[in-house]
Design a binder for this molecule. Structure first.
Ligand code: GLN
Length: 477
């Protein structure tokens, strides 16, 4: 049986109706993974050769290599942790397994989740299944690739400033980041603690909702975990029009730097939203232009604190070799980690704290207020997910500034702790090659605790635009 094209929900229906078994499904994806991983480099650790138990939900989910799982090597794609075997389990993977899902290998990523392209990895870059000479986006590069190339029906990722939404957009799959505090951070290696959000890569919005209901909700092991209940009303999947909906289009997100192909795919999606009778309103989020600088002040500050523990002495790949902290960190941490640790220590230092870190925190609050004011007028906000489609591996590698700007549309929602979804809505040619077309994602943002609304709107638009996405398949299919 060919399981490509099927969602988690469709696969579990097949099992329920005795059309197949979960081991058959597992083996199918295992074979595909073994066949294509050398070309795609989506996995740092391949899935286990077999699994034993069979229930309707025992479907495979690939895990970003940043979620600790007891006894399973977890590296964050860092030389520092290449042989780290966690003695404990993250809450998210624990809940996923309790629900019956099976963990399916560890996916490649940018080191400690810092990156845009998957190129900052000790395991080498993952490759985009639509064009393997191109980046898949990052930092959750391997999770996006694995779902897009049908190596697995769904995968876990983390999103600190866009690391689920951006690679999902570049690979043409659904990416969902619930709001901050909805998914526990316990057992997820910390990057920037006031921003890190675990979430999902799936084929459909409904699959994302399914996983969200399984993993999200209060966890006493994470002090910033929210207590509000997590439940999705199944009636939301029956709606087909957007008559009741007010959609905000922020003018600051439709700037000159966007690729024209991306712009027209998003304009087309907005026209579809209008056709479904939603009221589309232009809004303003005036502090958007400061998002990137605020993020690249706060994030490095938190990175410098969180990653100080990796000294290569108490643990880490070099422990026991007798080196000192400076040598070990220079040897085992990549350039981007070192760059952020330096910037972070600087903005936190006593002479510069007020000028940088404190100011960034104040502007973060203004960005948050922009969104609160906007959500007093509209139900959801719709934007492009990224300004470009996937670029060539190596193309922007030596230019961190141009990479920092790639995050311009995803960062503000991260700073404001909002839920964000990206769904594929069309295709565009990259600037350097008019003969190919690559996926374009549209971002749907909701207010704090607005996950259900975001998923409902995403599902309705997905149904209306599915035919466009299904008209093309990745090269590796
Ligand atoms: N690209 C952003 C960064 O490098 C976002 C990363 C993320 O969300 N983990 O920080």
């Amino acid at each position: 049986m060919d399981f490509k094209n099927l969602s988690l929900i469709e696969l579990s229906e097949l099992v329920k109706n005795w059309k197949t078994t979960t081991s058959e499904i597992y083996n199918y994806f295992l074979e595909r993974t073994k066949e294509y991983n050398s070309e795609l480099n989506a996995f740092n650790t391949l899935p286990e050769e077999s699994f034993v138990w069979d229930s309707e939900k025992s479907l495979p989910i690939a895990i970003k290599d940043i979620f600790c799982e007891t006894g399973i090597r977890t590296t964050a794609s860092s030389k520092m942790l290449v042989d780290f075997i966690p003695p404990y389990e993250s809450t998210i993977t624990e809940r996923m397994k309790w629900a019956g899902f099976i963990s399916f290998g560890k996916t490649n990523m940018d080191e400690f989740a810092m990156g845009w392209s998957g190129e900052n990895s000790a395991f080498g870059p993952a490759r985009n299944p639509w064009d393997t000479t191109r980046i898949p986006g990052g930092s959750s590069s391997g999770s996006a690739v694995a779902v897009a190339a049908w190596l697995v029906p769904a995968a876990l990722g983390t999103d600190t400033g866009g690391s689920i939404r951006q690679p999902a957009s570049m690979c043409g799959v659904v990416g969902f980041k619930p709001g901050y505090g909805r998914n526990s951070r316990y057992g997820v290696m910390a990057m920037a603690s006031s921003l890190d959000c675990p979430g999902y890569f799936t084929r459909t919005v409904q699959d994302a909702a399914l996983l969200y209901e399984v993993t999200a909700g209060y966890d006493s092991k994470d002090s910033t975990s929210l207590t509000a209940p997590v439940s999705i009303d199944s009636n939301i999947w029956k709606r087909q029009d957007l008559k009741w909906l007010k959609v905000g289009i922020p003018k600051e997100y439709f700037i000159d730097g966007i690729d024209s192909g991306v712009r027209s795919a998003i304009d087309n999606a907005i026209a579809n939203i209008r056709d479904m009778w939603a009221e589309v309103i232009e809004i303003s989020l005036p502090h958007t232009e400061h998002g990137v600088s605020v993020y690249y002040t706060i994030c490095p500050a938190e990175v410098a604190s969180n990653l100080a523990r990796y000294d290569g002495i108490r643990y880490g790949a070099l422990s026991g070799t007798g080196g000192n902290i400076v040598e070990n960190r220079s040897e085992a941490l990549g350039n981007e980690i070192q760059r952020r640790s330096l910037v972070g220590s600087y903005v936190l230092s006593s002479g510069f704290y007020d000028a940088y870190y404190k100011k960034a925190t104040a502007v973060r609050e203004l960005i948050r207020q922009d969104f609160s004011e906007a959500f007093a007028q509209v139900d959801v906000i719709v934007t492009p997910t990224a300004p470009t489609v996937a670029w060539k591996i190596g193309e922007k590698w030596s230019d961190p500034l141009s990479l920092y700007l790639e995050d311009i549309f995803t960062i503000p929602a991260s700073l404001a702790w909002l839920p964000g979804l990206t769904i594929p809505v069309g295709f565009a040619s990259p600037k350097d090659d008019s003969s190919i077309e690559l996926p374009v994602g549209m971002q749907i943002l909701g207010p704090v605790l607005g996950e259900e609304k975001v998923l409902m709107v995403g599902h309705i638009i997905e149904q209306a635009m599915k035919w466009i996405i299904e008209s093309k398949k990745p090269k590796i299919f």
